[in-house]
Design a protein around this ligand. Structure first.
Ligand SMILES: CC(C)(COP(=O)(O)OP(=O)(O)OC[C@H]1O[C@@H](n2cnc3c(N)ncnc32)[C@H](O)[C@@H]1OP(=O)(O)O)[C@@H](O)C(=O)NCCC(=O)NCCS
Length: 208
């Protein structure tokens, strides 16, 4: 089935490239500003969102979430939930050069990008992202809508709650729990559990 990518910015470009590397056919990207539609990205047309979805009703295409983020996963969650409520299904996006253990679990809409690693018994929830080169070690649980930034490392047995953002290059040491909706800044090393909604930065990570 063809895929439509929601969004046409930086993350959407990466999702497009990943799908193309995996040999999947992307019909269009979308923009919810009509004035920015009509161009193309990577040879694929950018359509006004309403037009794209009128032409491709639920059941005729799969969607992929191309919405990126600066400091919150909320925009990605909202887009995913809006289109699920309209009856659409989301593709699992897995780069051909990502390494997935045979028993790693990847839920609907999750995106596992180039050179990411999911080791045995790791699981990644709906609409979550494991970005370029990130490592999700054995027995980790990444919650729905969470975003594991490029090069971040979740050591064995770590749990990351729904909607949390582990920024680029951060490390969470083994067996810790990062609650729902947390933000761990780039380069931080998390050495204690974080409660829901915590923002932490630095080495060792402290509230920010
Ligand atoms: C965590 C982050 C989102 C914070 O953004 P923010 O709240 O807008 O932070 P600001 O830039 O306003 O900085 C606020 C303070 O935090 C500090 N800070 C910001 N990022 C930091 C980091 N990664 N580590 C330590 N301190 C940091 C700033 O120096 C500043 O300190 P000051 O008040 O003493 O001057 C951002 O800094 C970050 O780490 N971004 C990486 C995002 C990423 O990995 N994206 C990948 C997507 S593919």
């Amino acid at each position: 089935m063809k895929i439509i990518i929601l969004g046409a910015g930086g993350h959407a470009k990466v999702v497009l490239h990943t799908l193309q590397c995996a040999g999947m056919e992307v019909a269009a990207l979308t923009d919810n500003d009509r004035s920015r539609s009509g161009r193309s990205v990577g040879g694929v047309p950018v359509l006004f969102e309403d037009d794209a979805l009128r032409a491709h009703p639920a059941g005729t295409v799969l969607l992929a979430n191309g919405v990126g983020l600066r400091d919150s996963t909320e925009p990605r969650r909202k887009v995913y939930e809006r289109f699920k409520a309209l009856g659409y299904s989301f593709a699992k996006v897995t780069a051909p050069d990502a390494h997935l253990a045979p028993d790693a679990i990847v839920a609907e809409g999750a995106e596992i990008l180039t050179r990411a690693v999911l080791h045995p018994c790791a699981s990644v929830g709906e609409n979550a992202v494991v970005n370029t080169g990130a490592i999700v070690e054995h027995d980790c649980v990444v919650g729905a809508h969470a975003f594991i930034g490029p090069g971040a490392i979740l050591c064995g047995g770590v749990k990351v709650g729904a909607g949390s953002f582990i920024c680029s290059g951060a490390v969470v040491v083994p067996e810790l729990t990062v609650g729902d909706g947390c933000l761990v800044a780039a380069g931080a090393v998390v050495t204690r559990d974080l409660p829901a909604g915590a923002r932490a930065a630095g080495v060792p990570a402290r509230p920010k």
